[in-house]
Design a protein around this ligand. Sequence first.
Ligand SMILES: Cc1cc2nc3c(=O)[nH]c(=O)nc-3n(C[C@H](O)[C@H](O)[C@H](O)COP(=O)(O)OP(=O)(O)OC[C@H]3O[C@@H](n4cnc5c(N)ncnc54)[C@H](O)[C@@H]3O)c2cc1C
Length: 549
Amino acid sequence: MSATHEVFNQPAPLVDVNLYDGNRAMQDALRFNAPALDTAPLHALGQQVGSADMQTHARLANVFTPQLKSYSRFGHRIDQVEFHPSYHALMTAATAAGLHGTPFADAEQATGTAHMNRAAAFMLFTELEPSMLCPISMTYAVTPALRDNAAIYRDWSPGLTSRAYDPALKPFNEKAGLTTGMGMTEKQGGSDVRANTTQAVPDGADGWGQRFSVTGHKWFFSAPMCDAFLILAQTPNGLSCLFLPRVLPDGSLNQLFIQRLKDKLGNKANASSEVEFVGATAWLVGEEGRGVPQILAMGTMTRLDCALGTSGLMRHALSIALNHTTQRSAFGKKLIDQPLMKNVLADLALESEAATALALRLARSFDRTSDAHEQAMQRLLTPVAKFWICKRGSYFAQEAMECLGGNGYVEEGGEGIMARIYREMPVNSIWEGAGNIMALDLLRAVRKADAAAALAHELAPAKGLHPALDHLAASLPTRVELMATEMEARRLAQDVALAVQAALLAQTAPAAVFSAFCDSRLAGHWGHSFGSLGAGCDFDAIIARAQPR
Ligand SMILES: Cc1cc2nc3c(=O)[nH]c(=O)nc-3n(C[C@H](O)[C@H](O)[C@H](O)COP(=O)(O)OP(=O)(O)OC[C@H]3O[C@@H](n4cnc5c(N)ncnc54)[C@H](O)[C@@H]3O)c2cc1C
């Protein structure tokens, strides 16, 4: 082939950059929420996850997707999922960074900032590869629920908090590190888990407490190679939460059979499966018949991760868009200097910073569980942040992709990171409770006596700083108190999210960001697409702050 042209005006990709050092929104949010946090490990992680080597692992783990091996070549049922070595490299890095159960280790708890530190690290890692963070996230989330079976927790917590990754299929006490997953959703119902038909029959008791024999199925079961799962099943006293290990303490495989792996839109590096339990052994966690609130202690934390993860994906998409438009020219100027592109990029930067601020503020509440205000905000903001940030994700990714023109839409054998981000975005909105379920959960939260007062207290520091925020802040506590209809629950979730985001930006971001956010999102100087900020915004200041280098 003879070349007929010189290749030019094609931007260099964003590689070998420190993702923490370039993220001013995150740095300011951390200073605000956790002033005592030692950020040196985040700086080191930012360097690692921004490196070309790790990006190659992320690409390979998404191209060479997990494969189910149901049988050995000698015909034995083995139910194993085979992953590319790059998947294991990513899991090794994530566990070494303490993104799974590590914040619950005593030494981490003593810092008072364990969850905040981990939240920021989780966001940075999401920019590298989000899908394998599914088992990491569930291992993080399991502790609050699992603690209610003290014997199992005592035996498993060293492995759950260890910084070692050990993919071997072995009994828990022979492994250097452990992971956990979750099984609630069945074919006939995922949001309405009361419809679960999986049966658990009493099977005696031992050192781990009441034992059950479980028969039934799960329609979504991630990630099947985890060492154990919290599941819901019907026991004689109602829907209960059970602990089901893949390998039993005697070394035999539990009666858990992987039917097939899900063929998903995105989330390619992670395995999600359908399973059958045929007399599988499991132990009761918490009170029999109270399985839903028990497993929701896990769900609360995975919902935090959905908000953190989508914020990380937004930041990643924005950085790629900024990197591209800074280098690419059209119509005689760099794209980033074209007025309309400035408007799009600044608008995306506002959305990304607001998502970061809200997600990290929510994370703060997990470090301060003995503070009544933080408890109230955790209850209120978990569904709000999960709903609003994740709902904005797909729309955000589409607009960021468009900044790259046709290059944004191309997969290029896994090199097209924007396409990967776009395919990943919807999942955080669907799993762990889809949008309507989050809005309905907010209604349950606002029925608590202190919700309106807690929200007013949260918004108070921004009082008098912007008329539109004052107006919304004045009306919200009453709306929260009077809200009785499901029909308007999404609108309430949106307005609480916007008000809290604005109040946070007032305290963490430069005036250019705060005023443009309030003018557009709260005062109505905005259209229905990104890139419709009013002409009076300080576009250059907003964009300069968001630049990844
Ligand atoms: C990749 C992936 C991995 C997953 N991994 C797991 C896993 O490991 N473990 C697990 O248990 N589950 C898992 N899930 C399942 C996921 O949590 C469910 O799909 C989700 O909770 C929705 O349940 P559903 O699919 O049964 O939909 P449905 O419950 O049928 O809901 C469909 C729609 O109806 C809406 N809806 C439901 N009830 C109401 C109502 N009262 N009012 C208004 N709207 C309503 C929902 O918001 C949703 O939009 C996974 C899903 C995906 C996509």
